[in-house]
Every structure is written in C-alpha cells, then in structure tokens.
Design a protein around this ligand. Structure first.
Ligand code: ZN
Length: 149
C-alpha cells in the first residue's frame, strides 16, 4: 500500500478530468457503440484507419471515472498503431484485467494504472468497455473492407 497506489489513483483521476481523444470522427472507418448496463457507462468509439494503421481514434460517452479514464488511456496507447499491434495491446489489457497477465508498461502506457481495478470484478467491465469496443471496431472495419466496402 502507499506510493504506487497513490500514483495510479492520480493517473486515473487525471485521465478522467482531462479526457484525451474525446469526441467523434466524422468520416470514421468504423464506429462502435458499447453500453455497460451494470454501471450505466456508455462508449462511442470511432477509428480512422489508413494502410492498416489507426491514424485517429476518438472515444465519447459518459460513465464512471474508471470507464472514462480507461477510454482516455486507450486513445493514447493505440494511436498510430498497426491494427494487429492494437489488438495485441487490447488482449494484454484484457488479460491483465482478469488477473492473467502482469502489467507491461511498454504495451499499456498509463493504462497499467488500472491494474488495481482487477480486484473488483464489477469494475472490470467498466475498464474493459472502451477497449473491447476497439476490438469490435477493428473486426467491423475488417469485415467491411473484406467485402470491398
Ligand atoms: Zn462504470
């Protein structure tokens, strides 16, 4: 207890109060809307993809501090990443939130601060909402491009 937890708490609050990547993308390559009925969190996620890379990502919506901070952290971490890299990052985050992986700061950046949330199963859904929205957005993007859309 102490130092590290405080630091992580500060990071979460900072992302909650100063949301990075907030808003919508008008000409998005894929858009996903996710809702967490347990807590009432809502997430609209837009990505703009060029050459298999996320050139822009924005998250909008409202909800608890964990869900909003997680969305803010996500937009920073996967910006300018290759789609496969982004999926790898999401998967690592998902495993960390389920206690199946040690937090890797190189992959997750500020999002390692959410590690402590893994102890609270009800809040895990809050943290994962926007991250799983990105996974769905990439799947939906691939679906449309595979069909020539
Ligand atoms: Zn929540």
């Amino acid at each position: 207890m102490g130092g590290l937890d405080d630091l992580y708490q500060q990071l979460i609050l900072d992302h909650y109060r100063n949301r990075r990547g907030r808003g919508r993308i008008e000409n998005a390559s894929a858009s996903v809307h996710e809702h967490n009925p347990v807590c009432g969190d809502e997430c609209f996620l837009d990505i703009l993809v060029e050459d298999n890379r996320i050139v822009e990502i924005r998250a909008d919506g409202d909800g608890c501090s964990i869900s909003q901070a997680a969305a803010s952290m996500l937009t920073e971490v996967v910006a300018d990443k290759d789609l496969n890299e982004a999926l790898e990052i999401v998967e690592h985050f998902r495993r960390m939130m389920h206690g199946d992986a040690e937090p890797d700061e190189d992959l997750l950046g500020d999002a390692i601060a959410l590690e402590g949330v893994a102890k609270y199963p009800v809040r895990v859904k809050c943290a994962l909402l926007s991250w799983l929205a990105l996974r769905d957005a990439i799947a939906s993007y691939r679906e449309t491009t595979a069909h020539g859309g």
